[in-house]
Design a protein around this ligand. Structure first.
Ligand SMILES: Cc1ncc(COP(=O)(O)O)c(C=O)c1O
Length: 390
C-alpha cells in the first residue's frame, strides 16, 4: 500500500483521504488516477509467484482494493469490502455474523429492500427478527434476547422518515449483550457521521447513493472495526461472488473524491427547501433532522456534522395530493434511488417501500421523499412551489 494507506488515516483530514486514501500513483506507470484493472486473472512468475498478491479478480482486484481502502479510511475502520450492490453487502454481513436460529433487532423505519431481505430471504433461512422504533433506545434494548441476538441493525437517518438512532447508546447495548451493532450509513455518509468512532462494529453502504454520487453505478460497501471480521466478510464474498467489478469500483472511487463538497451543497440546499416547505399551506409534517422540532434533532446535532440532503413531507391533501406533486415537478425527477447530484422526488408507499406496504413497516401514503440535489436552490424551490400549487 502507499502513503495514504488505512493505517495512517487518522493523520489526514477527511477531504484529503477522500482523494488519496488507498490510491498511490500506479507503481508500473505513474498514473495519478487508479487504473481500471479490467482483468479477470493475473500472470504468475512461476507457480505461486504472484506479483502484487493478486491471482483472480473475484478474490482481489487492485481497483476494487483501492475503493475498499478508501472506504475504510473514510469510515475510520480497519477493513473495507466492496460489493456489487448495497443488498449484497447487507446479506453478506448478516450471513457472516449470524447463523440459523439467531435473532436480530431491526428498526421500524429503514429501506424497504432491507425488510424484504429479512422477511423473504433470511427468515426462511432461520434468522428471527424483532422490530423496534429507531428513536426509542429503551425499546431497542428491550427487544434484545440475551445470548440469541447477534446483531442490532440501525439505519440513521432512516429511510424514508429520517428517524435518528443514538449510535453510541445502542453500541453500548450491543456490547453489553454480546451482539454487534451494524449501521447503514448510506444517508449520512462518512462525511457527516462516522459510526465506528461512536462504537459501531460494522458500517454498510449502498454506494449507489451519495458515495457514487452521480446515479451512474450500483454498488455496496462494508467497513468493519475489526480487521478479522473484515477478512471473514471478504472470504464470504470470495466464496459467494458478489464483488464490485473494476469499472463500478472506479466510478465509486471517483465519486468519493468530491463527497465532502457535494455533501455540503446537498445540506445547504436541503436546509433551504425545508424552510420553504415548513411555511407552505399544502404541506403537513416535514421530516428533517435539522429541524428543531424533529424528535432526534439534538441527537443528530451531536452525532452528525450536518443533517444531510434527504427530506420527507406529508401533504395535507392526502395521497392524491402527494401523487400530484410527484407528477408535476420539472427539475425534481420522479425516480427511485437518491444521493446523486440531480434532485429526485418519489412516493415511498408505492415506490421504494412498496415491498412493505402490507406490514408493520408500511409508510404513510401521503408521504413524499426528496433527494435534494446540488442544482441552484432557487430553481429547486421554484419547482416545488409550482408543483404544490393546486
Ligand atoms: C439506506 C439504504 N440501504 C441500502 C440500500 C440498498 O442498496 P442497493 O440498491 O445499492 O442494493 C438502499 C437502496 O435504496 C438504501 O436506500
Amino acid at each position: 500500500m502507499g502513503l495514504f494507506d488505512t493505517s495512517d488515516a487518522r493523520a489526514y483530514d477527511f477531504e484529503t483521504l477522500a482523494i488519496h486514501a488507498g490510491q498511490p500513483a500506479d507503481s508500473a506507470t505513474g498514473a495519478v488516477m487508479t487504473p481500471i484493472f479490467a482483468t479477470s486473472t493475473y500472470k504468475q512468475d512461476g507457480v505461486g509467484g504472484l506479483r502484487g498478491g493478486y491471482e483472480y479478480s473475484r478474490t482481489g482486484n487492485p481497483t476494487r482494493r483501492a475503493l475498499e481502502d478508501c472506504l475504510a479510511a473514510l469510515e475510520q475502520g480497519a477493513r473495507g469490502v466492496a460489493f456489487s450492490s448495497g443488498m449484497a453487502a447487507e446479506d453478506a454481513v448478516l450471513r457472516v455474523v449470524c447463523s440459523p436460529g439467531d435473532h436480530v433487532v431491526i428498526p421500524d423505519d429503514a429501506y424497504g429492500g432491507t425488510f424484504r431481505l429479512f422477511r423473504q430471504v433470511l427468515q426462511p433461512w432461520g434468522l428471527e427478527h424483532t422490530s423496534a422504533s429507531v428513536h426509542d433506545t429503551a425499546a431497542i434494548a428491550a427487544a434484545v434476547r440475551p445470548g440469541r441476538t447477534k446483531v442490532i441493525w440501525v439505519e440513521t437517518p432512516s429511510n424514508p422518515l429520517l428517524g435518528v438512532a443514538d449510535i453510541a447508546a445502542i453500541a453500548q447495548i450491543a456490547k453489553d449483550s454480546g451482539a454487534l451493532l451494524v449501521v447503514d450509513n448510506t444517508f449520512a455518509t462518512p462525511y457527516l457521521q462516522q459510526p465506528i468512532a461512536l462504537g459501531a462494529d460494522i458500517v454498510v453502504h449502498s454506494t449507489t447513493k451519495y458515495a457514487g454520487g452521480h446515479s451512474d453505478v450500483v454498488g455496496g460497501g462494508v467497513v468493519t472495526a475489526s480487521a478479522q471480521l473484515g477478512d471473514a466478510i471478504a472470504t464470504f464474498q470470495n466464496s459467494t461472488g458478489g464483488t464490485a467489478g473494476p469499472f463500478d469500483a472506479y466510478l465509486v472511487l471517483r465519486g468519493l473524491k468530491t463527497l465532502a463538497v457535494r455533501m455540503d451543497r446537498h445540506c445547504d440546499n436541503a436546509e433551504r427547501i425545508v424552510d420553504f416547505l415548513t411555511g407552505h399551506e399544502a404541506v403537513g409534517a416535514v421530516f428533517y433532522p435539522g429541524l428543531a422540532s424533529h424528535p432526534g434533532h439534538g441527537l443528530a446535532a451531536s452525532q452528525m456534522k450536518r443533517f444531510g440532503g434527504m427530506v420527507a413531507f406529508r401533504l395535507r391533501g392526502g395521497h392524491q395530493a402527494a401523487v400530484d406533486v410527484c407528477n408535476k415537478t420539472r427539475i425534481f425527477t420522479l425516480a427511485e434511488s437518491l444521493g446523486g447530484v440531480e434532485s429526485l422526488i418519489e412516493l415511498p408507499a408505492t415506490m421504494t417501500h412498496a415491498s412493505v406496504a402490507d406490514s408493520e413497516f408500511a409508510v404513510p401514503d401521503d408521504l413524499v421523499r426528496l433527494s435534494v440535489g446540488i442544482e441552484s436552490v432557487d430553481d429547486l424551490v421554484d419547482d416545488l412551489r409550482h408543483a404544490l400549487t393546486a
